[in-house]
Design a protein around this ligand. Sequence first.
Ligand code: UN1
Length: 488
Amino acid sequence: MNYINNAWVPSKTGRTFDNVNPADTSDIIGAFPLSSGDDVHEAVAAAAHAFSSWKLVPAPKRGDILRRAGDIFTRRKDELAEIMTREMGKTVTETKGDIQEAIDTAYYAATETRRLFGYTAPSEMSNKMNMSFRMPIGVCGIITAWNFPIAVPSWKILPALAAGNTVVFKPSDDSPHSANIFAEILEEAGLPAGVFNVIHGNAEAGSALVEHPQVRVVGFTGSTQTGKAIAARCGELNKKVSLEMGGKNAQIVMEDADLDLALDGVLWGAFGTTGQRCTATSRLILHESIHDEFVGRLVDAASKVVLGDGRKAGSQVGPVINQRQLDKILAYIEIGRSEGRCVAGGERDVEGDKANGYFVKPTIFVDIKPHHRMFQEEIFGPVLSIAKARTFDEAINMANDCQYGLSSSLYTRDVNRAFAAIRDIEAGITYINAPTIGAEAHMPFGGIKGTGNGHREGGWTVFDIFTEWKTVYVDYSGHLQRAQIDNY
Ligand code: UN1
């Protein structure tokens, strides 16, 4: 069902799609609406109507609702984690972490409602005050991917609501159930009807949302191809748009690093969430003097990673999301074989029950050169490509030789190298002695170059997306003062 005006309604199309468990494709979780522009229109109309009263609710009162949502997410965490794992595959430990990001964001956004600072500045004239306020914008259209079904939507939706906007959310058709729980939680927290709406479906619903004249802001996380198309359309329609697209994140390990730490970092960064994070470590740049030893240990560790249904105790890595992604990953593995040498994995895991799901063994390629496709293109799966660097500068240049710029990581014990990397790596996020993953809700999140379009979610920077400035001049002089004329 779609969720419009606090009611569960079927699509006017009468069409549905199946939500399939990627760990066991015979397990159909349910049918969800394949919505069209008419459904989107109804949701946007509800959100536009709700905006006129929601924007007048004092921001701290809006914050109270978000805080309650954080409490309910906490209460429903275990149940929701099971549901999320069943529909998108990552382990329950990881889906709990996903929900924790929403809890953190809810409490953070709630607190920000007591700030949402504007600013004041002196006037050029006497007896006049200048100030500028952050104002809500209207209906926000939110479109997100399936890999973080609750966390990533929460980064956008909760601050958008905190700022006084209303929302129509089009989740991925690979994680619709989690989105519906999101709606249930916001309703129970006390969000008025129409303030938050969910429309299920595929690109048809997504593009209707982007096109709708009453949608003033579009927030998107997903593929580079779709993101660029949305941005182009938003350019024509003159809409505000924030994009969070691909990554090809590098971890550099220098010869002076704590190698045990670096090994744990790359294992979790590359294969955690089955490599399906925009922040996943997909390029490993090793100093040549430690290359062979490090690769040997990494291959050993990767071959011990336990693949399995994310709901089963002991599983460390779940399946990939669907047949399309499986095919894409296997195709990249073939490209990898032609560009370098496969030293771990390189195939599906079809042992026992895993034959029913989309499992891919943690895969490692060595002898990859910086210009290779394996080092340039986002794969979004458990595939790591390794290259050798002779010097620190060469390692930094290799990390930067890439169209994307989301996350990055350097392992070293040399404080000078650490600060040089912070300065020189072209990415929105740099980790020192930590993997490329693990963003925290109250810090700006986003990337440069091909990853984004200059916006950041997370932290207070997210309010740059979901507010517009209203500048106010109050002249209490009692006579006409003409700026740029009378005061000079
Ligand atoms: C994403 O993959 O879209 O920092 C987001 C991280 C997670 C979020 C990833 N907290 O890896």
